[in-house]
Design a protein around this ligand. Structure first.
Ligand code: GDP
Length: 444
């Protein structure tokens, strides 16, 4: 499926190659191919429709950066949009406020669920937590052997479910939680029963376990090699049991990017990890942007995207440097700078490289905590264009409105404005100006 998807997309891109300008007409054929590719990859038709409309709007409306050919421009838009669908950013695991957090693993037989329990245990061990692996399969007590073996390999204790316990599951699960609490185990990773196909009995069993344990995470483990089947069963598990996250296994094989795209769009749940082999450490956090690159196909297309992005960044950085030198720096530029900083830390690198005394005294105050970058972006996005251009007009009332709009406290809006004005003040100092003019372009 991945190959097909890539082929279609590459064909669509080839169509645009050599066209000097993006027009409604030459976009139509390219978009038709992209639409086909996504539909074939079993992406929900509504998602495809939105995807295509968004790309069309952006490609036609956005000013094409002079460094980009129309093809590069469309590729960049397609990649950004794919990344957005895949989850925009990496999401971490949810833990409960009161330990133990329960991670309930669900999925079809053979999808790699039990192996993934081990991988997840190893992962949380690296977070300095004490996981406990438990198999809860009402039918197949032998399933415990595999979990026992994994626990031994990872030097974890093994909690055995006896036949008697399993026959009264409510008590068994209560006892298990009590045991984990008294020994300080957290999280509890519960391997549940698997079947070759989704059936009602299994769903009922899983619903019961979920109701009794109130898990912090219900994780669907899907075999990426099975493509559309993994997507369909994810949808069923989500409808019947309710999922919180997804782990895709076997992406080391003939990986299906389409499955990732479809699972996320069909269930609306984030993929948090991917399995890349049989060993416990062949397990990685899921990065939506990397998966988007994978879907677009390695090699030719990917290198074009990277080149396009680099050139776009360089051009933007150059423009910012010019504005800094000329004192034309506005809050809009400040926001752009924050986005750039997230990517390459350019302005903070400059600030870091300055001496701390003399005219540079107090400069560290102008530095921005990495965590705040996201909040600051939200605050600036809530301002009107006039406010961004001329922040002096932002009075108390406007500050309160901006705070409300961005969901951040007023005090943070004040901090942002103070930092911005501090930065401008510093830029006025002639030596700092001289220093800036001596700098190479910001992106290098
Ligand atoms: P379960 O029935 O869902 O519990 O599946 P298992 O954990 O027993 O795994 C089934 C098979 O898939 C085993 O041979 C695993 O070694 C293999 N497996 C699991 N995860 C991965 C993975 O990420 N990559 C590869 N190549 N194989 C995997």
């Amino acid at each position: 499926m991945l190959d097909q998807l890539s082929n279609h997309l590459q064909k669509a891109m080839k169509y645009l190659r050599g066209e000097g300008k993006i027009t409604e007409k030459n976009m139509t054929e390219a978009l038709r191919m992209i639409r086909l590719a996504l539909l074939e990859a079993d992406v929900n038709y509504k998602v495809v429709k939105e995807f295509i409309e968004k790309i069309k709007r952006q490609a036609l409306n956005e000013k094409v950066l002079s460094s980009l050919s129309p093809t590069q421009h469309v590729i960049k838009i397609v990649k950004d949009e794919l990344t957005f669908i895949l989850g925009a950013e990496t999401k971490g695991l949810n833990f409960s406020n009161v330990p133990p957090s329960v991670f309930m693993m669900v999925g079809l037989q053979g999808c790699g669920k039990t192996t993934t329990c081990g991988k997840l245990a190893k992962w949380v061990l690296s977070l300095k937590k004490s996981p406990l692996l438990v198999s809860f399969d009402l039918k197949r007590l032998a399933a415990q052997d595999q979990i026992k073996q994994i626990s031994q390999t990872l030097s974890l204790p093994f909690y055995e479910m006896t036949k008697d316990q399993v026959s009264s599951p409510q008590k068994a699960l209560k006892d298990l939680v009590k045991f984990a609490q008294s020994r300080g185990f957290d999280p509890l990773i519960i391997d549940t029963a698997g079947r070759l196909h989704v059936d009602e009995e299994l769903m009922k069993e899983l619903q019961m376990v979920k109701n009794l344990l109130n898990p912090a995470e219900v994780i669907y483990v899907g075999d990426s090699m099975t493509g559309q089947d993994a997507v369909k069963s994810a949808q069923l598990f989500n409808d019947k049991v309710g999922l919180s996250s997804i782990i895709l296994t076997k992406l080391d094989g003939d990986a299906r990017g389409g499955a990732a795209l479809s699972i996320v769009s069909v269930t609306g749940k984030p993929i948090k990890f991917v399995g890349l082999g049989e060993k416990f450490d062949q397990f990685e956090i899921f990065y939506p942007d990397r998966m988007a690159s994978r879907i677009l196909g390695l090699g030719d297309i990917l290198s074009l995207v990277e080149k396009a992005e680099k050139e776009a960044d360089a051009e933007e950085a150059e423009e910012l440097a010019r504005k800094l030198r000329k004192q034309e720096f506005t809050l809009e530029d400040f926001k752009k700078q924050l986005v750039q900083m997230k990517k390459m830390g350019s302005l903070s690198q400059i600030l870091d490289s300055l001496p701390t005394g003399g005219i540079y005294k107090g400069l560290s105050k102008a530095k921005i905590d990495d965590k705040k970058i996201v909040y600051y972006e939200a605050i600036i996005s809530s301002m009107t264009p006039q406010e961004r251009e001329n922040p002096k007009i932002i009075n108390g009332g406007r500050r309160r409105r901006i705070a409300r709009g961005s969901g951040r406290p007023v005090i943070e809006v004040n901090q942002l404005l103070k930092q911005f004005f501090d930065m401008k003040k510093l830029m006025k100092k002639s030596q700092f100006q001289k220093f800036l003019s001596s700098l190479p372009p910001l992106s290098h």
